[in-house]
Design a protein around this ligand. Structure first.
Ligand SMILES: O=C(O)c1ccccc1NCC(=O)[C@H](O)[C@H](O)COP(=O)(O)O
Length: 212
């Protein structure tokens, strides 16, 4: 199972996380987020040697803004967490980089609306993934879970990460998820001492439970 830890920004915290058995770490480049990585923090992160997949997280950013981050932040994945359409994602996929497209889940979510995305995934095999997060007016980082039974309505074939309020108590429920397209989890605010600062011991204990 893949594990992504989102909202990293402190060098020491990033280095500590690099020692753990995780797959991706997310760096939020959305100025309205409490976990926003500013230009000064970006410069510090640029100097690090990253041994995990690095994910740049964006909310309705321009193509140029995203482009300016890819090389300095050594990005492997672009996470589109706003209202970006499939045409925008296609332009980024053309750069030969992976894309995680986030969707805001609530009881009214229409899983039939994925036609364009399914087409894109066919064109860019193994490059496009979904991330199902809890709907919130701030786009992400709500700390709240959505109703995971909604996942039964997803019959598409694009693999997804599960996100939104996942906490240390959820390991056994996560291990019971049987969906064929379930790829892994995205952890954030429930594993923090303060916004942008992760509790490494808590993450370590969660990973142990999940990988057991
Ligand atoms: O975390 C944020 O502050 C954030 C703000 C705006 C857009 C995206 C954001 N986070 C992106 C993520 O991938 C989070 O891990 C995801 O929203 C789940 O967060 P949480 O509910 O805190 O576990």
């Amino acid at each position: 199972m893949m594990i992504k830890i989102c909202g990293m920004r402190e060098v020491e915290n990033i280095n500590a996380l690099q020692q753990l058995d995780i797959d991706f770490m997310g760096i939020i480049r959305y100025p309205k987020s409490k976990r926003f990585v500013d230009e000064q923090q970006k410069s510090a992160i640029e100097k690090l040697t990253m041994n995990k997949g690095t994910v740049g997280v964006y909310v309705n950013a321009s193509f140029e803004e995203i482009l300016q981050d890819i090389i300095p932040l050594q990005l492997d994945v672009l996470q589109l967490h706003g209202d970006e359409d499939s045409a925008f994602a296609k332009a980024l996929l053309e750069l030969d980089i992976k894309v995680f497209k986030a969707f805001q889940m609530n009881e009214d979510f229409n899983f039939e609306s994925f036609k364009d995305w399914e087409q894109l995934a066919k064109e860019y095999q193994g490059k496009l993934f979904f991330l199902f997060d809890t709907a919130t007016k701030n786009y992400g980082g709500s700390g709240k879970k959505f109703n995971w039974q909604l996942l039964d309505n997803y019959t598409g074939n694009i693999p997804f990460l599960l996100s939104g309020g996942i906490s240390n108590d959820d390991a056994s429920d996560i291990k019971n998820i049987k969906h064929d397209m379930f790829l892994g989890v995205d952890l954030n605010s429930q594993f923090e001492d303060e916004p942008g600062l992760k509790n490494i011991e808590m993450i370590k204990s969660f990973i142990e439970k999940l990988r057991k």
